[in-house]
Design a protein around this ligand. Structure first.
Ligand code: HEM
Length: 249
């Protein structure tokens, strides 16, 4: 989806997918991650040059044509790298991990299948329950303050642990339970405030279409391996599964 919107040829995905994976792997040595990130920038800088020469019907070409004042190549490259990374790893992992969570909770999946009107609610609940961006919401304190008994000096960087917030028992009843009926689960999976996720509506559409088509077309979808053998992305900055072996009749 994000390739098509941005104007990245999907056939080129091998060129950026491996680099994104390296850049987002917390166990990769920093210099290797920096090299991968530099490779991504070079790839995108090349694309920006190509779009200036031959514009298409895509976001990058639109930004080149319409931004006022015009954006420099460096700005366009930054925007493209952020959008590709933020728009690609997140929804892909949310779809796979969301599928895994529903397959592990057959009563919840049955409730969803029985009442497709529950889908939007189920998506918010999956976002809350899974919190795939676990440490992605960070802020700089503009003044000294005390939060939860912790003194935070002005200028300090604060990283918000979204899974903690999204499973706060003061906010959610029985927070460790996936419940597609949970009324309007208001969560921090997309962050909060002015920097709240720019792509959240696109992400919701992708999940709505992806999950409903998957479970409608494959009513007998089930795990092909025991749940504990599904490899989890514990070392990645975007949580999810490395693979989700499934089968159907
Ligand atoms: C389920 C999928 C997604 C999740 C869970 C997610 C999560 C997040 C989170 C937690 C933030 C930080 C917000 C904050 O600091 O308050 C963020 C920011 C951002 N996201 Fe997403 N995201 C998703 C999909 C997308 C998509 C599809 C796009 C692009 C098309 C996107 C683009 C961005 C951008 C550009 C920012 C930075 C916004 C800013 O700093 O002003 N995200 N996202």
């Amino acid at each position: 989806m994000i390739c098509e919107l941005l104007g990245v040829d999907y056939a080129e995905r091998d060129r950026f997918q491996q680099r994104t994976a390296t850049a987002l792997n917390a166990t990769t040595p920093p210099d290797e991650r920096m090299r991968a990130a530099a490779g991504l920038y070079a790839f995108m800088a090349e694309l920006v040059r190509a779009k200036r020469e031959t514009p298409g019907d895509d976001i990058l070409s639109g930004l080149i044509r319409d931004a006022d004042p015009p954006l420099t190549d460096a700005q366009l490259t930054d925007i493209a790298v952020v959008l590709l990374g933020a728009g690609h790893e997140t929804t892909a992992n949310m779809l796979a991990l969301g599928t895994f969570a529903l397959l592990q909770n057959p009563a919840q999946l049955a409730a969803l299948r029985g009442d497709p009107a529950l889908l939007d609610n189920a998506i918010e609940e999956l976002l809350r329950f899974l919190s795939i961006i676990q440490l992605g919401v960070s802020r700089v304190a503009t003044e000294s303050m005390t939060v939860g008994g912790v003194d935070i000096p002005a200028g300090a960087t604060v990283v918000i642990a979204t899974p903690e917030a999204n499973r706060d028992a003061r906010q959610f009843d029985d927070p460790d339970r996936l419940d597609v009926h949970r009324p309007r689960p208001s969560h921090l999976a997309f962050g909060h405030g002015i920097h709240q996720c720019l792509g959240q509506q696109l992400a919701r559409v992708e999940m709505r279409v992806g999950l409903s088509e998957l479970f409608t077309r494959l009513p007998d979808l089930r795990l092909a391996v025991p749940a504990e053998r599904v490899p989890l992305r514990n070392e990645m900055l975007v949580f999810g599964v490395h693979a989700l072996p499934v089968t159907w009749a």
